[in-house]
Ligand binder design. Structure first.
Ligand code: FAD
Length: 477
């Protein structure tokens, strides 16, 4: 007998499980179909495991800097136990995984373990949308829903011509399972994932080289963010080549690791060698093998096409959310899209934030975070731009913490006074950006954020002071 439900969610990552919970809370019957593990990329290969390793790196770096806080340790007192760090990471993931399974039970959401494929009109339904599931145990099941939410995520984009073995040449999925720390690494791609790995491994003492084809690290962020992060990584010994592309055909595996050549636009070539190579050059949607050809769901450049306001695909009862639709590929973006889709599906008016108003976070040391327009993009859009930028070293808390690297920058519309963007580099930037996100939601102007009483001494004063600085009224700068 097929399983008949109101909503079938294809994929159990942050987008999928959030959609399932929201739909269940609205009183709908829900099935989640997941071919691997509930929690998806974020829990098993992304946000959580990578942040766990980054936290270990931060602790190690702080111990290495103990003398600057007046604490003397015997020479060589700290060492890295890579296996113990992996065990810590795995136990955090396991704890959250169990929590997620309990959440599904609590909301009476059935989880079907298998790979789902949408079928066209059939004996089960006159319209497309029934899902044939190849169960993990080899059996088959059919789910017949009134609505479908596709949340199948994305996977690492691979460069053609490289022999990935998961060890010497790896994507971020495989690198998370490395059983030892490399002594040297070549990171191809200086976006968020590349920068996070560079920060983490350099803190552990790995010799890191980053190769980025664009003219700067983190090329989609405000220029000042890429420049500051590059400056701070270089201070730690990271070698950064921007404006160069690796020539995959030149790649050689040797006993010492990997050798490859990279070429700049002008033709200059540099030879690079490292024990291992991490390729972090973007992600592509999991849109194949979903049976989309049996529907009017269309794809564009590898991602599912949606109505941006409602998240409906070419079929009004089939929605798509999360990494498989491209755009901002972050867990909280997927969760927001899940809420939006279910609002629409349940007959409510959805309100989806613009992509640029989703906070973007980089968990390097120090962190970086941003929301809204970059200064460059705002100018290109024709805004009359006013900016204020303050270094974190003006803050008492930054000095007390020994975390004074970085800055806070605000971009405002000079004509209306509206807040256009906030760009942060510094300790806890990924926490501080939430205030700017709230400001965007309630349409607060910079003066209102500056007028808000912020506790002293805290890093949050960076936000207050920079907002006030826009009007020439910062208290400490
Ligand atoms: P996914 O989490 O990818 O889940 C999709 C699920 O669908 C998977 O479990 C998959 O098995 C399943 N699936 C696919 N096809 C089928 C099928 N046919 N049948 C059944 N199941 C199927 N984001 C942040 O916000 N913060 C971070 O710190 C962060 N760090 C990251 C670090 C790394 C190294 C990486 C790779 C990503 C990181 N991300 C981070 C991004 C984040 O992980 C994704 O944006 C998020 O997981 C997307 O959620 P999703 O539900 O769209 O897809």
């Amino acid at each position: 007998m097929p399983i008949e439900v109101d909503v079938a969610v294809l994929g159990g990552g942050p987008g999928g499980y959030t959609a399932a919970v929201k739909a269940a809370q609205a009183g709908l019957s829900v099935v989640v179909i997941e071919r691997d593990k509930l929690g998806g990329t974020c829990l098993h290969r992304g946000c959580i495991p990578s942040k766990s390793l980054l936290r270990s790196a931060e602790v190690y770096a702080t111990i290495g800097d103990a003398a600057s806080y007046g604490i003397q340790l015997p020479e060589g007192a700290a060492s890295v136990d890579w296996s113990a760090m992996l065990r810590r990471k795995d136990s955090i993931v396991e704890q959250l995984y169990k929590g997620l399974q309990a959440l599904m039970r609590q909301h009476k959401i059935e989880v079907v373990n298998g790979s789902g494929r949408i079928i066209g009109p059939s004996i089960f339904s006159p319209k497309s949308g029934a899902i044939a599931v190849e169960l993990s145990d080899g059996e088959a099941e059919t789910v017949v829903p009134k609505n479908v939410v596709i949340a199948t995520g994305a996977r690492p984009r691979k460069l053609e011509g490289l022999s990935y073995d998961g060890e010497r040449i790896a994507t971020s999925d495989e690198a998370l399972a490395w059983t030892s720390r490399p002594s040297s690494i070549l990171i191809v791609g200086g976006g968020v994932i590349g920068v996070e790995w560079a920060s983490m491994l350099s803190d552990f003492g790995t010799q890191v080289t980053i190769v980025e084809a664009a003219d700067r690290l983190l090329p989609t962020e405000d220029k000042d963010i890429g420049a500051e992060i590059a400056k701070l990584l270089k201070k730690r010994g990271v070698v950064i080549h921007t404006g160069v592309s690796v020539q995959t055909e030149s790649c050689r595996l040797s006993n010492n690791g990997v050798e490859i050549q990279a070429t700049a636009a002008g033709g200059d070539t540099v030879s690079l060698e490292a024990e291992r190579m991490l390729v972090s050059v973007g992600r592509i949607g999991n849109v194949e093998s979903l049976g989309l050809e049996n529907t009017d769901v269309k794809t564009e450049r590898g991602f599912i096409k949606i109505n941006p306001a409602t998240l409906q695909t070419g079929e009004s009862h089939i929605y798509a959310i999360g990494d498989c639709i491209g755009g901002v590929q972050l867990a909280h973006a997927a969760m927001h899209e899940a809420a939006t889709a279910i609002e629409h599906l349940t007959g409510n008016k959805p309100s989806r934030a613009a992509d640029r108003d989703i906070p973007r976070c980089i968990y390097s040391r120090p962190e970086a975070a941003a929301i809204g327009w970059t200064e460059e993009n705002a100018r290109a859009e024709g805004f009359q731009v006013r900016t204020a930028k303050l270094p974190l070293r003006i803050l008492g808390k930054a000095l007390v913490q020994g975390e004074s690297d970085g800055f806070a920058k605000v971009v405002a519309d000079a004509a209306t006074g509206d807040l256009l963007g906030v760009h942060l580099v510094g300790a806890h930037a990924t926490e501080l950006i939430a205030e700017a996100s709230l400001a965007k939601l309630v349409d607060a102007i910079p003066w209102e954020i500056g007028r808000t009483i912020h506790p002293h001494p805290t890093m949050s004063e960076a936000m207050q002071e920079t907002m006030l600085a826009l009007g020439g009224a910062a208290g400490h700068a």
